[in-house]
Design a protein around this ligand. Structure first.
Ligand code: GMT
Length: 379
């Protein structure tokens, strides 16, 4: 198949899933064209079946906001037409779903038929898409997509609860590549980051409010009073500076490292003992899955799709959003006994295996074929 993938090129979960999906499909022999305004962060190596098409748009003094949607739609028309794509798969509904619809209509006008699949990732539904500034367009574009997928049952439910969607939504979860995410020996990192063999607790996010990084820091602060521990904070975003101040306030700066954005996250997960994800909203929780694949148990909130990933009492624990004491007690339960910790580690890995990319790629292939075979085009 010739597949066009539209995504945000940033480190955000939707861009990561889109890029890893495209890489996986290319490895299976499909021709994959990534269309974005910058080379996606994880598109970091050459593959003969992968093409990157950059959306370029010149600004003009008249515009306060350059018309990105128009440039993207034009690029989609161009790529579909000249590379003869079979299907377009857009990740994150805003604005990709409506832009793809526009491209599809322009192409139809020229007698070219391109089915569109939209994948809903999370905040495009739970936060941004709900905003009255976008909701009518998001609803329309979802209903006009030929295929609609969501990354968890919870996100599917959120979508149908809020939006009037008459399309069937197929749940295809996030996935993990075990060639990359696995527990490896990184003792030299461990020695550098926890010289006295302190347990390592890790949080990875884009430091947005929705991630409740302050909860992660407060949970750590309680645990740290009872067990020698270090906190690794990986990622960057709007909350970073206030989180540094919070660490000062709680007097835990000596036990805390802000590592910023990291490409080789798996190397830091390989030395982690526990992962914190106290999010306010989380449609799936890809970072938690990455941790589990590296045998790291997860202390998380019970928001959104997290209960579909982190199994309470088996792979970690779930608590209500903001229940800092409960999260800290759960962390202590896991970390204070070696045998308990080892059991949680083992079960985290077992659960992660259910989301092996090798199991998920064929689901996407079948779904694309089904959409190509069944889409009816109306002028
Ligand atoms: O907010 C983020 O974490 C980024 C966001 C995105 O769409 O870029 O991630 C969402 O998509 C990921 C991949 O499908 C999911 O694993 C994350 O749970 C989801 N984030 C939220 O729902 C907050």
């Amino acid at each position: 198949m010739k597949i066009g993938i539209v995504c945000y090129p940033t480190y955000g979960g939707s861009g990561v899933v889109a890029t890893e999906l495209g890489k996986g499909l290319a490895a299976l022999g499909h021709e994959v064209h990534f269309i974005s305004y910058r080379q996606p962060a994880r598109l970091d190596s050459f593959h003969e079946n992968i093409f990157y098409k950059e959306v370029r748009f010149a600004n003009y003094p008249l515009f306060d906001y350059p018309p990105y949607e128009t440039a993207l739609a034009s690029k989609l028309v161009d790529v579909v037409k000249y590379d003869k794509l079979d299907i377009l798969h857009v990740h994150y509904a805003v604005p990709h779903a409506s832009v793809a619809y526009m491209a599809k209509k322009i192409l139809l006008n020229e007698g070219i038929y391109i089915p569109v699949v939209t994948t809903l990732h999370g905040t495009d539904i739970t936060l941004v898409g709900k905003d009255p500034a976008y909701a009518p367009v998001v609803t329309f574009a979802m209903n006009k997509s030929d295929g609609l997928t969501a990354v968890s049952e919870s996100l599917k439910q959120d979508t149908t609860n809020f939006f009037k969607v008459d399309k069937d939504i197929k749940v295809i979860p996030n996935f993990i590549d075990f060639n990359r995410f696995k527990k490896t020996n990184k003792d030299h990192f461990k020695k550098a980051l926890s010289p006295n063999n302190e347990k390592i607790i890790t949080h990875v996010s884009n430091f947005r409010k929705v991630k409740r990084v302050d909860d992660a820091i407060r949970v750590f602060s309680i645990v740290n009073k009872q067990i020698p521990t270090k906190l690794l904070l990986i990622g960057d975003g709007p909350e970073r500076q206030s989180m540094e101040l919070l660490c000062r306030e709680l007097n835990i700066c000596d036990s805390t490292r802000f590592l910023g954005k990291q490409d080789a996250i798996e190397e830091l997960l390989a030395i982690s003992d526990l992962f914190l994800m106290p999010s306010e909203s989380e449609s799936f929780g890809l970072s938690a899955l990455e941790a589990m694949a590296c045998e790291v148990p997860v202390i998380s909130s019970n928001a959104g799709g997290l209960p579909e990933v982190n199994i309470h009492g088996k792979t970690g624990y779930l608590s209500d959003i903001g229940a800092i004491e409960d999260m800290a007690n759960n962390a202590l339960k896991i970390l204070s006994d070696e045998e308990t910790h080892a059991n949680f580690r083992m079960r985290a890995l077992e659960q992660a295996k259910k989301f092996d990319i090798a199991n998920i790629l064929p689901i996407y292939e079948d779904y694309y074929q089904h959409i190509i075979d069944t889409t009816v085009f109306n002028k």
